[in-house]
Design a protein around this ligand. Structure first.
Ligand code: GFB
Length: 317
């Protein structure tokens, strides 16, 4: 398949390189012999417009991937609405506006599957956007992400900018956020099962009823898909990125217990929210573009656990 845009030889800014997605993008680019531009938060606060303008004028990237965001699991989203709405709006607005001001040739914005209505028909197609009420636990993040998608479409319509957006499903893998309360489910349970095994605990708490279904994509598979879309896709339509199958949280917990080697019981804590009952993505657009997920869940969980044991990711305590 011929490339519409060749990343080789380009100055590519990966915003958010220290996060799980950003680090996977840097890993994947470096495996192709491309060293992207990166900036720590101390060097560049993406929430500050003037700092972002100055950084772009000094570094002049040709391509930008927006992997920087305020992210977190259901409890974090539910607890810090201002951070999830304001910070993600500012990051998107500053990066997309500065990209335009500096004639960036290609930009990729990353949304999330939580942008879709809580009760969207499954599997969820991209056309479902804005057809119904959002899931209350993450509507703040969802609105910021929808605004980011709309920004890429607005700059394309008004100025002809080649800016695209992707909607990843729940991601996991190397470099995850293992904060006991603020991370996503896979990171939270890997850590909790590990600590329970070491402590010889008889049971482990699983938030909610265990009945919600989730789709999980290994982050390095996502990074391959993101670069594939950068090189082979242009258009105002955004595309879902997922593995095309989902499991219940209870089934996931049993998988993680097996990977970690925890032999105790699962205790479902129904005082914690379930969130969206299901959010399986229709990934036919990305499959038609020539990308497909390849890491099975068990293999991905083993790789994530090995990374956790090796000290990967962030612990926050
Ligand atoms: O991964 P998670 O926090 O995000 O939760 P969402 C998924 C499901 O796992 C929920 C349950 O039903 C949780 O109640 N769960 C069980 C746990 N045990 C745990 C645990 O120890 N930690 C966590 N975090 N969950 C997020 C959105 O929703 O999806 C974000 O809030 C983003 O904005 C992300 O869109 C992709 O899938 O519910």
């Amino acid at each position: 398949m011929n490339k519409l845009y060749d990343l080789a030889g380009r100055k590519i800014f990966v915003a958010g390189h220290r996060g799980m997605v950003g680090a996977a993008l840097v890993r994947t680019l470096e495996a192709r012999g491309i060293s992207p531009l990166v900036a720590t938060r101390e060097e560049l606060d993406l929430e500050r417009q003037e700092q972002t303008e100055r950084w772009f004028a000094n570094h002049r990237p040709q391509a930008v991937i927006i992997a920087a965001a305020q992210v977190g699991g259901i409890h974090a989203n539910n607890s810090f609405p201002r951070d999830f709405l304001y910070r993600n709006m500012m990051i998107a607005a500053n990066l997309i506006e500065c990209a335009h001001r500096n004639n960036v040739e290609k930009l990729l914005y990353l949304g999330s599957s939580c942008i879709y209505p809580r009760n969207a028909p499954q599997p969820i197609t991209e056309e479902s956007l804005l057809t119904g009420k959002l899931e209350p636990t993450n509507e703040w993040y969802a609105i910021a992400k929808i605004a980011g998608i709309k920004l890429t479409q607005a700059y394309r319509r008004q100025f002809g900018c080649d800016y695209i957006s992707l909607m990843p499903t729940n991601l996991y893998g190397l470099g995850d956020n293992y904060h006991p309360e603020h991370g996503h489910v896979i990171a939270g349970l890997l850590r909790r099962f590990h600590e329970a095994k070491l402590a010889g605990a008889p049971s482990v708490a699983i938030w909610g009823t265990g009945t919600p279904r989730r789709e999980f994509l290994f982050v390095d598979d996502f990074a391959e898909g993101a670069l594939h879309a950068m090189e082979h896709y242009t258009g105002a339509d955004f595309m879902n990125v997922g593995c095309g199958e989902d499991i219940t949280i209870a089934e996931l917990a049993r998988e993680i217990a097996t990977v970690v080697g925890f032999k105790g019981e699962l205790a479902f804590d129904t005082s914690k929210p379930d969130g969206t009952p299901r959010k399986l993505l229709d990934v036919s657009r990305m499959n038609a573009l020539g990308w497909r997920a390849k890491t099975p869940l068990r293999a991905g969980l083993k790789a994530a656990y090995a990374d956790f044991l090796a000290g990967g990711g962030r612990r926050y305590d």
